[in-house]
Design a protein around this ligand. Sequence first.
Ligand SMILES: [Zn+2]
Length: 573
Amino acid sequence: MTTTYAPETFPRRWLPEGVELKTWDQIEPWYQKLLAMPVDTPEQVEAWLVASGELNAVVGQEGTARYVAMTCQTDDPAREAAYLEFVREVEPRLKPYLNDARNKFLDAPGRAGLPADRYHVYTRSLENRRALYREANIPRETRLAELEQQYQKAIGAMTVEFQGQERTLAQLSPFLESPDRDVRRQAWTLAAERRLVDRDQLEGLFDEMRKIRLEIAREAGFDDYVAYAYKNRERFDYGPEDAARFHEAIEKAVVPLASEIHKSHRSRLGVDSLRPWDLAADPLGRPPLRPFEDVERLAEGAEAVFRAVDPELGAQFAYMREHKLLDLANRKGKAPGGYQTTFEADRLPFIFMNAVGVDSDVRTLLHEGGHAFHTLASRGEPLAAYRESPLEFCEVASMSMELLGAGVADPFYADRSQSERSYRKLLEGIVTILPWIATVDAFQHWIYAHPEHTRDDRRAAWRGLVQRFGGDVDWSGLEDARDHSWHRQLHIFLYPFYYIEYGLAQLGALQVWKRSLTDRAGAVASYREALAVGGARPLPQLFEAAGARFAFDVETIAPLMATIGDELSRLAP
Ligand SMILES: [Zn+2]
């Protein structure tokens, strides 16, 4: 018998069923009512939290539904207008009310009687927000948003002429996988040279951004931007010294394995030195893997993988298929990329992606599936804020599923050598991305720890880091491109310091996976228990619930790399 899934429903406790909350005129009176509620006793505060969570969820779901509808069909003007109306008419007016609601909770006389442990994570976050908030920073943030938009515009406008057609740099990436080395070299070189044309503009934008960021930090009472950024990203459980330990551990425990992967890639490709345009090519010049023909097959196959990992997770995915909580196929008019989002009031996940029939589509669906299981696992949590987890742990949910799913019976590849090729690609990708994450993170620490630096100093710092973490890639004759290669990492421009999260989460996911090789049932059970905690506990405890350590030192990383090394040596090329 196959397991089925029937999700619990959550009747409203404050808002009347069926109340319409689509326009600001409909929404505002409810926030006024919320702010007028008494919060003098612990019971009143808890009732207020229920009301506030419910209202935020219903309004949030209105925005989410419009966003989903718009991304599923960007060429429908009505959907676009509906989404933009929400962004322009509702969101800005909502912000002051959310700010008042936060203060109402923090200043509530009844809060003192609440169980401190239960509300620790929630209160810590709100107190931090309030402590960082400065009215004088609002115009600075507006200016930053403009500069960030100029960066995106500059990158988006970059095109080159390749094989008789004008193409964006993103459209060049399939050519980097070509078995023909000349095609790869041309595509790579054109993209790198095109970026260099705008280097002064990009460096100028960045210099202005970091100057404003420093002003924002000083306004909020910090001496430097690093300390401010850690608080702003709610990094309560690790600091810059842990990041430095992570960089060292990557250098010692990961870079050697990455170099070995580069060496074997080079010898399989049969080239004298590994150039930047060789990295994405198949080492044996084979055509790309074709795991499925149409998205029905993709969904069916993914369900089989999830059922093999855990019958209940498989049943949850079957529920999502049945209730149209997936939009998987690439088609004209659909927004690019992939994401998992949550319909907050229904507490149900939705997966969006652009599948075209390649190996990475399977990985994307397993990844987003992990996020969806996280949403479903924590949906019974009464405090709305705890139905979301910190990013560092959300990505443990998704990245673990990529790894757990790669190790089970494969419905996508008839031939074992094909599924091993796919698995190898996943593991090698993990080993080679970690040093890049360390490079980007160490660079940002350097930038903001040296506020008086010149552009030449900055180039030298980046070059040093590429040498430290870059493995066996031969950049000779490409020094200019190498020294500016950080220009393409949008996080450095748009989301300062946001990137190491993926590295930390990957270490958690690798620990779940390593355990699954000898104790699959135990690893999956802890994984599911940890997902059910949502965001109710601090990060180290979330990792612990998943059976992993929240640590990024050599002692944690070296055994993970040793296991990957063992797996790689037994897998087909
Ligand atoms: Zn993710």
